[in-house]
Design a protein around this ligand. Structure first.
Ligand code: ZN
Length: 251
């Protein structure tokens, strides 16, 4: 049992008792944690309304054993997600980022790179960055940082380089682009436009930071569809925010 300090993004707040909440946080140094916040629901409680969804806080918590909730002892607000009150597409985008962080990471598995990317993404959304592009950039970066990035350069089955001027086959279950020879027997194969693949490769580049440049609405829509399908397979169910992602493509 140790006391730890770190930065955290608030991913979920669930009422636990008349005065307490259970919070799910994505922390910079410890990955995702679940913690009991005693007194969080009391007015003028110890957390002073820092535990708002998507807020960034500096926290102190007591790391309990693996199968027990941690105990949050302090949370000081660094930054609130202000867009929540003024722009629905930004709110949905923020919820979606939180959902992906909750669903794709494990408790106590640190991913400081992903934390910084998520922090930057929420800030960009809050500072009027382009919603569709920012969300796509985060999704692809998260896939890369968590080891789920689909193969984008070479056929996922045989390793042959995949290029050429035309549309490229993409195996949703195989996990990436396919050469025509390896298409046979694959399920859930779709095709990607050359421009769509080019944008995906750019977004997947390790040096791609911040919001990408403007992406043509047609390509944005195409990639939205491709990633909706990919994340549905990865999570084992459609993202809960999926019905709202249309507003993110064309805010
Ligand atoms: Zn192949």
């Amino acid at each position: 049992m140790t006391t730890e300090k770190t930065l955290a993004i608030v991913l979920r707040v669930v009422e636990f008792s008349e005065t307490s909440c259970i919070v799910t946080l994505f922390t910079e140094d410890f990955g995702k944690i679940g913690a009991l916040a005693k007194g969080a629901r009391r007015p003028k409680g110890p957390f002073d309304s820092a535990l708002d969804l998507l807020a960034v806080c500096r926290i102190v918590f007591i790391d309990k054993s693996a199968d027990v909730l941690d105990l949050l002892t302090e949370a000081r607000l660094e930054r609130r997600f202000r867009s929540a009150s003024r722009d629905l597409s930004r709110l949905y985008a923020g919820y979606y980022i939180a959902e992906l962080l909750r669903e794709l990471t494990d408790l106590g598995d640190p991913h400081p790179d992903l934390y910084r990317r998520a922090d930057q993404t929420l800030l960009t959304l809050d500072l009027d960055g382009p919603v569709g592009e920012t969300v796509l950039g985060f999704e692809v970066a998260a896939l890369r940082l968590l080891g789920y990035l689909p193969a984008l350069e070479a056929c996922v089955v045989c390793g042959a380089p995949v290029s050429g001027g035309g549309r490229v086959l993409f195996g949703q279950l195989a996990g990436g682009v396919l050469c025509p020879r390896c298409r046979q027997g694959q399920k859930q194969v779709v095709s990607v436009s050359p421009r769509g693949l080019e944008v995906l490769r750019q977004l997947a580049g390790a040096r791609a930071v911040g919001a990408p440049g403007e992406i043509d609405p047609g390509v944005r829509g195409e990639l939205r569809g491709l990633l909706n399908h990919y994340f549905t397979n990865l999570l084992g169910h459609p993202p809960r925010m999926l019905p709202f992602l249309g507003a993110i493509v064309n805010p």
